[in-house]
Write a protein that binds this ligand. Structure first.
Ligand code: ADP
Ligand code: MG
Length: 371
């Protein structure tokens, strides 16, 4: 039997484009070449598809050309892209990169399965998953429904609550409601949540558009910032606590990894803390009592099941005193060799290359199943 042809999709139209390049570079490097033949598939920021040649290199060049020194995230993005470039690139480095407006004709026949390494909207939200369903190509990770629910923090929290999972007190506000009645919204925030609170777009990741708001005067700017990223906003009570993450792997019998604790030297876990060098350490296992560890693992699997997830997900928690709150589920978590999701599995006995193999096997297992 020949090798399984694995399309690896990366880049994408979201603000997490650079993070995605770094994830994909690690995956392409670590994938077991004796069993799998990786086929890199790049998505540019404008949505064009890049196949053939070395799309990773092409996208890295694009990003570097577009970074402006005025952008505060520019140094971080530069670092992520350098990590992508450092990886051994695809075998056909000199071949031409073909571009297409959408799913390139002919690509279907070249793929046995797709590993979607896109983060955020148009990648993690069910849209690409739907396209692959229509094309009849199996893919790694959550299906259409779980992807969409996992990408929308407001719906995700409603589903969690309905499943009996503990979530932080929050309000869902449409930007239109805020614009038409800011005083009423501000009053509700003060009464029901108080300060500090967190304002965030419902539909993003990587802490983009998220603000910690310490006083009522700072609320309008935070709402405006979140509204730049989407029409639905979340305002949450600020939790005073530790941040714990658990990786989940499997289809209908999902397993939880050891919990890890995110430690950072910034006020909260913002974009810089996540992706610039040296701000964050992941402590594995998280220093927790054994029964607390079990509780996190149970809740992680329950959150996975609540959204009908499959394949993989990272479930993020707060530990506030003795109280555990589910913060969110990420259906395509950061996936570089040093990202939390693979690191937690490594500490639980599953090394990075084997993790990739397992995920591809899980995707092929659901072949023919319903989304
Ligand atoms: N309600 C909250 N209380 C305390 N910290 C929060 C709260 N919401 C978000 N944060 C901080 O902001 C970070 C990013 O928020 P999160 O909801 O996880 O969005 P993202 O999808 O961008 O990761 C969290 O890891 C945490 O540090
Ligand atoms: Mg998060």
């Amino acid at each position: 039997m020949g090798r399984v042809r694995v399309g690896v999709m990366f880049g994408g139209r979201s603000g997490e484009h650079e993070v995605s390049l770094a994830s994909a570079a690690s995956v392409l490097q670590a994938m077991d070449r004796s069993r799998f033949e990786p086929i890199p598939i790049g998505i540019a920021k404008d949505g064009r598809w890049l196949v053939g040649g070395d799309p990773l290199c092409a996208l890295a060049d694009n990003v570097k050309g577009a970074l402006s020194p005025g952008d505060v995230t520019s140094p971080v993005k530069h670092g992520l892209v350098s990590r992508a470039e450092k990886s051994e690139s695809a075998d056909q480095a000199l071949a031409r990169v073909e571009t297409a407006e959408s799913f390139p004709a002919g690509l279907r026949r070249e793929l046995d399965v797709v590993l979607i390494m896109l983060h955020g909207p148009y990648g993690e939200d069910g849209t690409v998953q739907g396209l692959l369903e229509l094309a009849g190509i199996p893919y790694v990770g959550a299906g259409v429904l779980a992807s969409a629910v996992g990408m929308d923090k407001a719906v995700m929290k409603a589903v969690f609550r309905a499943a009996g999972l503990p979530v932080v007190e929050h309000l869902v506000i449409l930007s239109r409601e805020w614009e038409s009645a800011p005083d009423a919204v501000a009053g509700q925030v003060a009464r029901e949540l108080g300060y500090p609170c967190f304002v965030k777009p419902s539909n993003l990741g990587s802490s983009v558009g998220v603000t910690k708001v310490k006083s009522p005067e700072a609320l309008p700017a935070a709402m405006a910032e979140a509204a730049r990223h989407g029409r639905k906003l979340l305002v949450e009570r600020a939790v005073q606590g530790r941040e714990i993450e658990v990786s989940v792997l499997g289809n209908d019998a999902p397993l939880a990894s050891l919990p890890g604790e995110i430690l950072y030297d910034r006020e909260w876990y913002d974009y810089e803390a996540k992706y610039a060098e040296g701000h964050t350490t992941l402590q594995i296992p998280a220093p927790l009592a054994p029964e607390q560890t079990r509780r996190f693992q149970q809740l992680a699997v329950a959150a996975f099941r609540a959204i009908d997830c499959r394949g993989m997900a990272r479930v993020d928690f707060f530990l506030e005193g003795e109280r555990i709150l589910v913060n969110e589920i990420n259906t395509i978590p950061g996936f570089t060799a040093t990202s939390a999701y693979p690191k937690l599995w490594e500490a639980s006995g599953l090394a990075y290359p084997e993790l990739i193999t397992r995920l591809i096997e899980l995707a092929l297992e659901v072949k023919g199943g319903t989304p």
